[in-house]
Write a protein that binds this ligand. Structure first.
Ligand code: ARG
Ligand code: ZN
Length: 415
C-alpha cells in the first residue's frame, strides 16, 4: 500500500509542471570586489538560477545581476545580502504570478497566433500550413532530428528564381526559456510573405536573396518549458556519469570550445557538452551551414534578453578582422530598431560588451567564413526578463524586423 502511494507521488512529481510560488527575481548592483565575492559565493552555496549574466563566475563590478531565488532560499539570501551594503531591487516579486502574467494576450481562441506564445505542436502545424499556402516563396526542409526525435524543419523564404541566391541564415530558440525569440522567427516569416509585392524593400530582398529560418532550434527544451519547467535553458540530452540533463547549445560549438565562460560540469546551465557539437541539434545546424557555406552570407541567432546586438568575438578579446564594418552595421541596425518605439540597444563584440563565453554559434559561423555574424538579445532589460508579456510580442517583433532588414540590405549591397 505504502509503495503504491510512493509511486503515485513520484508520478505526480514527474508529470506536473514545477511552480514558482513565492520565488523572486532580484537585481543586484555589485560596486566593489566584496559584492562580487558575495554573489559568487551565493551562486556556489545555493542552486541559484542566474538570469543575467548566465552564471556566477561571469559576475563583475558595475554589472547589473539578475538572480532567481527560490522561495525556500529567500530568507538566507536576504540575510546575506542585508549584511552587505549592496543595492538590491526586487524585479519580480512572485515568479509564479509572472509566469501566469506573460500570457496577458489570452483569449478563448485556440490555435496559432502571432501575438501569443505558441506551443511546439502549434508552431509545427503553422510551419506546414504557411509553407503550403506560399509555395512560390517558402519551401520546408529537414536538417535532422533532435535528441528526443523531433524533426528540425528549416523554412527557406525567397522568390524561386531557379538559380543560387545569396542567403541569410537565422535561428531562434537556442535557449528554451527565451520564448520571445521563437515568436520573432514566426513573425519574420509571416511579415516576409505578407509584405512581398507591396513593400518594395522586402520585395527586393526576397527577389535577390533567400532567408533560411529555423524557428525553433532547441525543440526538446522548448517542449520542456511548456510542460515542466518554464525556466529550462539547455537541451534535454543525457550526460554520461551524471544525473543532470542537458548541454548549453550556445557553448557547444567549435570556437575556443569550453575555454572561458562555460562549464565542464553537466549540472551547470552553461555546460559546454562532452565535445564540440556533442549535441545533435548543434551538429545538424553546423552541418547545414557547412554544406551551404558558399551561399550563406549572414548568420543571425536570436536570444533574449538584454537588448543587445553582439558580434564576434566572444571566446576572445581580439577584434574580428571585419570589426569596423560589423560595428557600423550593428549601429545602423540598432538605430533602425530604435526609430520605431525608442527601444535602446547596445552593440559591440560579445566578450567586451557582456562577457567572454566560448563555444557560441556566432563565433563559430564567423570563423567558418560567414562574415556578418550577429547575436540578438531581444527585449527587455530585466523588468520581465524571460517572462516578457505577450502584449510586447508585436512591438518587439516590429522593431526587430527593422534591424534584420537593415542587416540584410547591407549584405545585399556589399556582396
Ligand atoms: N546570452 C548569450 C549567451 O550567453 C550571448 C551569446 C553571445 N555570443 C557568444 N558566443 N557568447 O549564450
Ligand atoms: Zn540565449
Amino acid at each position: 500500500m505504502k509503495l503504491f502511494l510512493l509511486l503515485g507521488l513520484v508520478a505526480v512529481a514527474l508529470c506536473e509542471p514545477i511552480t514558482f510560488v513565492g520565488d523572486k527575481v532580484l537585481q543586484l548592483k555589485p560596486i566593489n570586489d566584496e559584492h562580487v565575492t558575495i554573489i559568487r559565493e551565493l551562486g556556489e552555496k545555493i542552486k541559484l538560477d542566474f538570469w543575467k549574466p548566465r552564471s556566477a563566475d561571469l559576475v563583475s563590478i558595475d554589472m547589473t545581476v539578475d538572480i532567481h531565488v527560490p522561495a525556500a532560499q529567500l530568507a538566507m539570501v536576504s540575510t546575506i545580502l542585508q549584511q552587505s551594503d549592496m543595492e538590491v531591487k526586487v524585479m519580480i516579486d512572485n515568479l509564479q504570478e509572472a509566469v501566469k502574467g506573460q500570457m496577458d494576450n489570452r483569449s478563448p481562441t485556440k490555435g496559432h497566433d502571432y501575438t501569443k506564445y505558441n506551443s511546439w505542436a502549434t508552431i509545427n502545424d503553422w510551419a506546414i500550413s504557411i509553407s503550403s499556402a506560399n509555395p512560390d516563396l517558402i519551401s520546408r526542409q529537414s536538417i535532422g532530428n533532435t535528441y528526443e526525435g523531433r524533426t528540425m524543419h528549416l523554412l527557406k523564404i525567397g522568390k524561386n528564381t531557379g538559380s543560387n541566391k545569396p542567403a541569410v541564415f537565422m535561428d531562434c530558440g537556442f535557449h528554451a526559456r527565451e520564448w520571445i525569440t521563437h515568436a520573432f522567427c514566426q513573425w519574420f516569416v509571416n511579415e516576409a510573405v505578407s509584405t512581398y509585392g507591396s513593400d518594395p524593400d522586402m520585395t527586393n530582398l526576397l527577389d535577390r536573396m533567400d532567408f533560411f529560418v529555423l524557428p525553433v532550434f532547441n525543440i526538446d527544451g522548448y517542449e520542456y518549458t511548456w510542460n515542466r519547467d518554464r525556466m529550462w535553458r539547455k537541451t534535454r540530452s543525457k550526460n554520461s556519469g551524471s544525473s543532470c540533463i542537458g548541454t548549453d547549445p550556445n557553448r557547444n560549438f567549435n570556437a575556443g570550445w569550453c575555454t572561458v565562460g562555460a562549464s565542464s560540469n553537466p549540472c551547470s546551465d552553461t555546460y559546454c557538452g562532452s565535445s564540440p557539437e556533442s549535441e545533435i541539434e548543434s551538429k545538424n545546424l553546423a552541418n547545414f551551414i557547412r554544406t551551404n557555406k558558399s551561399v550563406i552570407k549572414a548568420y543571425l541567432t536570436v536570444h533574449s534578453y538584454s537588448q543587445l546586438l553582439l558580434f564576434p568575438y566572444s571566446y576572445k578579446y581580439d577584434l574580428a578582422a571585419h570589426h569596423s564594418e560589423l560595428m557600423s552595421v550593428s549601429q545602423g541596425a540598432i538605430a533602425a530598431l530604435r526609430s520605431l518605439y525608442g527601444t535602446k540597444y547596445t552593440s559591440g563584440p560579445g566578450a567586451a560588451t557582456i562577457y567572454p563565453a566560448a563555444g557560441g554559434s556566432d563565433d563559430w559561423a564567423y570563423d567558418l567564413g560567414v562574415k556578418y555574424s550577429y547575436t540578438f538579445e531581444l527585449r527587455d532589460e530585466g523588468r520581465y526578463g524571460f517572462l516578457l508579456p505577450e502584449s510586447q510580442i508585436k512591438p518587439t517583433c516590429e522593431e526587430t524586423m527593422l534591424a534584420v532588414k537593415y542587416i540584410a540590405n547591407h549584405v545585399l549591397n556589399n556582396l
